[in-house]
Design a protein around this ligand. Sequence first.
Ligand SMILES: Nc1ncnc2c1ncn2[C@@H]1O[C@H](COP(=O)(O)OP(=O)(O)OP(=O)(O)O)[C@@H](O)[C@H]1O
Ligand SMILES: [Mg+2]
Length: 409
Amino acid sequence: MSENTKILEVKDLHVDFLSYGAENHVIRDANYYVNKGEVMAIVGESGSGKSVLTQTTVRLTPGIISQGQILFEGKDLAHMTEKQLEEVRGRDISIIFQDAMTALNPTMRIGEQITEVLMKHFVFTKAEMEQFTDELLAAVKTQDPDAALAAWLTEYFRPNEKQMALWASQLKPLLSGADPRSAVIGWIKTTGNMTKERAKETAIDLLKMIKISDPEKRLRQYIFQFSGGMRQRIMVAIALACRPKLLIADEPTTALDVTIKAEVLNMIIQLVRELNSAIILITHDLGIVASYADRIGVMYAGEFVETGTSDEIFYQSQHPYTRGLLKSIPRLDTDSNEDLKAIEGTPPNVTRMPKGCPFHPRCECAMEICRQQAPALTTLSDTHAVRCWLQDPRAAEVRKKFGYEEVQP
Ligand SMILES: Nc1ncnc2c1ncn2[C@@H]1O[C@H](COP(=O)(O)OP(=O)(O)OP(=O)(O)O)[C@@H](O)[C@H]1O
Ligand SMILES: [Mg+2]
């Protein structure tokens, strides 16, 4: 469920790649956000920049951020050091990649790969224990103590429901004791800190969660001993091991058989909802996101050409590219024998971008201005924005000609 608090906000982001001495502007002026607990879908054809954009969010591409901000819980990831980023990756934000075989380590047992990420993020230094404790002691003085304690546990230890109740009941009496500072530090050392045993128990729970039977035996196996669908589910387990606040799922089911695609996607969405995490779901198939997405961003040639709520994109789309994508979705709810229409032509190469609007060579509504000048972003509602010359009030006749009469820019 979306809570309308932005957990991630990307502002005016430009990402460039240097290639043979030339600078390619792969992402141009990207603006998007993700609310807490919501499903944000990013769609677009191959090469539109979906992976570069989202991997840049956690600074995993060699691309250069030439401009812009990547605000995660208010902190700018674009300017963090590698050490600070290491703490965010896998713990606060994690990624499921398209291809499990290349993303997972073939030489390590599955169990080790899961426990490794838990040990990395939840084993603390003495200085960290002291810092966390001081934060808790300050928070319980100024806020509701129960709420402050729960927020503190979630931030640093990511307990499940059972652990939350147990750990809160252990910590509460310590806070009113004679020496709360030493007592809380002691609690972190003995309980909050991740141990190998607890990491293994968590790994077993995770395999159960992704419905892999005989988890204890499976944890000792290697990735090649699993089927394609299982590998993808193991990526899900590793990505969710630390109960991240944001999951980026980059075409998580593309490599899978059509029969298990829906099963894996349903599982990802269900698990993410249970954790109350947000998800960025990347796909080139707008049809896939119809039943899951709260909001959708449509990318073309490195730009967002339209963003809106699911309803705005499906029922009030105003960009010819979005409309083209919608026409290429097979519909089960009509008897229509009309052929599916793929958008003619191919997206431009980043090294040879056309002048004006990047979509104009393929656009049935293209006007002369579209060939000359790139359109600005037009805001249609609090949640709906589009980058298209058709939104200019002077384009009313052109809109009408192409069936856009309901447009109210
Ligand atoms: N390491 C790199 N160096 C140079 N250019 C790159 C690099 N990675 C990606 N690009 C370019 O960035 C553009 C966007 O690529 P990206 O992989 O983000 O597309 P995508 O939308 O994820 O496509 P797909 O649906 O095929 O995964 C492409 O033109 C690609 O050639
Ligand atoms: Mg990609």
